[in-house]
Design a protein around this ligand. Structure first.
Ligand SMILES: [Zn+2]
Length: 219
């Protein structure tokens, strides 16, 4: 028995949002409306796959920058903050770096700002349009502003400002809020692999190092 329009839409999972298709059916005929519905469903499923792929790639890249940052835990200047800048389309890495505030005597040498600076020097330009920044911790307002001025497509972070704030002083403005109030566009995604990134903060060597930081949380 042929399905009624409503049954078809119900079986297709469109019971709630089918009014547009039903209206189209009245306007352009049922057969054409079904074609529209089918193509919409394919597009939706393709978008779902793309979303899953992006999530997998983001998680892989976050674990990679976390592992790189963890190498500092065995050095005289352990830091939990590391950043990668990669080509948004190809994923090819342009620059990788970590926080060097202590090592370089530079309060602006946060991982993200430093990585952006080094990447721009490498490109001999000031624009990072077409690139994505991965960072083990949500960018502070200085770093997020720098990402916006650099024109980065996207910023993906691991731990949150709240996570970092358990151990160090922070400026309490979410990266997404800085982006929202900017005239420039930059997608902000996170937290991604948050637990992995938080272990950079809780590692015994990092805990020991925090005790020497002027920006540590007061006991
Ligand atoms: Zn910062």
């Amino acid at each position: 028995m042929a399905l009624s329009r409503r049954d078809f839409l119900k079986q297709s999972g469109y019971a709630g949002g089918a009014s547009g298709v039903l209206l189209s059916a009245q306007r352009i005929g049922w057969a054409e409306a079904v074609d529209v519905l089918r193509s919409t469903m394919v597009r939706k499923s393709e978008a779902g796959t793309a979303k899953t792929n992006t999530a997998t790639i983001d998680a892989e890249r976050m674990r990679s920058i976390a592992a790189y940052t963890a190498l500092t835990l065995e050095t005289p200047n352990p830091v939990p903050f590391g950043a990668d800048i990669v080509n948004t389309k190809t994923g090819e890495r342009l620059m990788r770096g970590y926080n060097a505030v202590g090592a370089e005597h530079d309060p602006s040498a946060h991982a993200e700002t430093r990585c952006i600076r080094l990447a721009c020097q490498k490109l001999q330009g000031f624009s990072l349009r077409g690139y994505t920044l991965y960072t083990t911790c949500e960018p502070c307002p200085m770093c997020m502003a720098c990402a916006l001025w650099a024109g980065l497509d996207r910023v993906v972070y691991g731990a949150t400002i709240a996570d970092a704030n358990r151990f160090t002083l922070q400026i309490q403005i979410p990266a997404s809020e800085v982006a929202k109030r900017s005239d420039m566009t930059c997608i902000v995604d996170g937290p991604i692999e948050q637990e992995v990134c938080v272990t950079l903060f809780t590692h015994p060597n990092m805990q020991k190092a925090f005790r020497t930081w002027s920006s540590r949380r007061g006991e």
